[in-house]
Design a protein around this ligand. Structure first.
Ligand code: SAH
Length: 245
């Protein structure tokens, strides 16, 4: 994966969408928003409709072979990609799609280390298969459910990447202890008041004994992962066994 290019070209998310007005949306708030203002990353939402060639600015057509809904046209999308891609040739070109490989924290980390991403947001029934093939788009899913468009999926991916960029989160440590970073779900968190509706904070967290606290958190994270995510737990055990070999 290519490294970030230089200080004057921050990590950049280029988004191809028929709804450019929904960006930055929530990405303009809080940590990501402040980082955007500071120029720690950049966002460019491009209207796919600009690349339509007829006077009605058509971006879609009815599905070949029949069936409900509309399909986004290969020629229009290809023109949008060909316009955006040369601006950051090292950035992977991804099509947000429920058929894609599910996004993971490992992939997010990988993308955040690069120069940015080019994201194609589908709408309607999706996009003409030929443009996915011809432009070598990688399909990425954010989960086994169907959204009405790729914009929210793109925002989820961008948000996950941006919070890993240098300088975006205050304490470098906080990103490292998160769920998935160790292959485990996160341990339970508590804050004041010490007692709330008769519930107290586990005594160990008030002990000031950092060794005991770390051991308790690790045990909690393991128990939670085992109970809730047998898939992650199995992988965690495998990796642990590999490390011990
Ligand atoms: N007919 C398609 C779904 C189209 S949904 C199918 O059954 O596979 C319309 C658009 O929303 C898609 O083109 C895609 O860009 C986006 N989308 C929907 N669900 C998504 C998901 N789980 N992950 C990423 N993008 C998704």
């Amino acid at each position: 994966m290519a490294r970030r290019r230089s200080k004057d070209a921050p990590w950049t998310a280029r988004v191809l969408t028929i709804l450019p007005e929904v960006f930055p949306g929530p990405l303009g708030a809080s940590l990501a928003g402040r980082a955007l203002e500071k120029g720690l990353w950049a966002l460019e939402a491009t209207d796919i409709r600009r690349f339509a060639t007829d006077r009605h600015l058509t971006v879609d057509g009815s599905p070949a072979g029949g069936g409900p809904g509309m399909v986004m046209r290969a020629d229009v999308i290809a023109a949008a990609i060909d316009h955006a891609r040369p601006r950051n040739p090292a950035a992977p070109a991804l099509y947000l799609s429920p058929r894609g490989r599910p996004l993971t924290q490992a992939r997010v980390r990988d993308l955040a280390r690069g120069t940015g991403v080019l994201l194609l947001c589908g709408r309607f029934e999706g996009v003409d298969e030929r443009v996915i093939e011809a432009r070598g788009l990688e399909e990425v899913s954010i989960g086994d459910f169907i959204l009405s468009g790729g914009e929210i999926a793109a925002m989820a991916l961008i948000d996950a990447c941006v919070r890993l960029l240098p300088g975006v989160i205050g304490k470098a440590q906080s990103a490292e202890e998160e769920s998935f970073e160790q292959g485990l779900l996160e341990y339970p968190q508590y804050t004041q008041p010490a007692e709330w509706e008769g519930r107290t904070i586990p005594e160990v967290l008030r002990s000031g004994d950092h060794g005991r606290i770390a051991a308790w958190r690790r045990a909690q994270a393991e128990a939670l992962t085992r109970a809730r995510r047998p898939d992650l737990w199995a992988r965690y055990l495998e990796r642990k066994a590999d490390r011990e070999d």
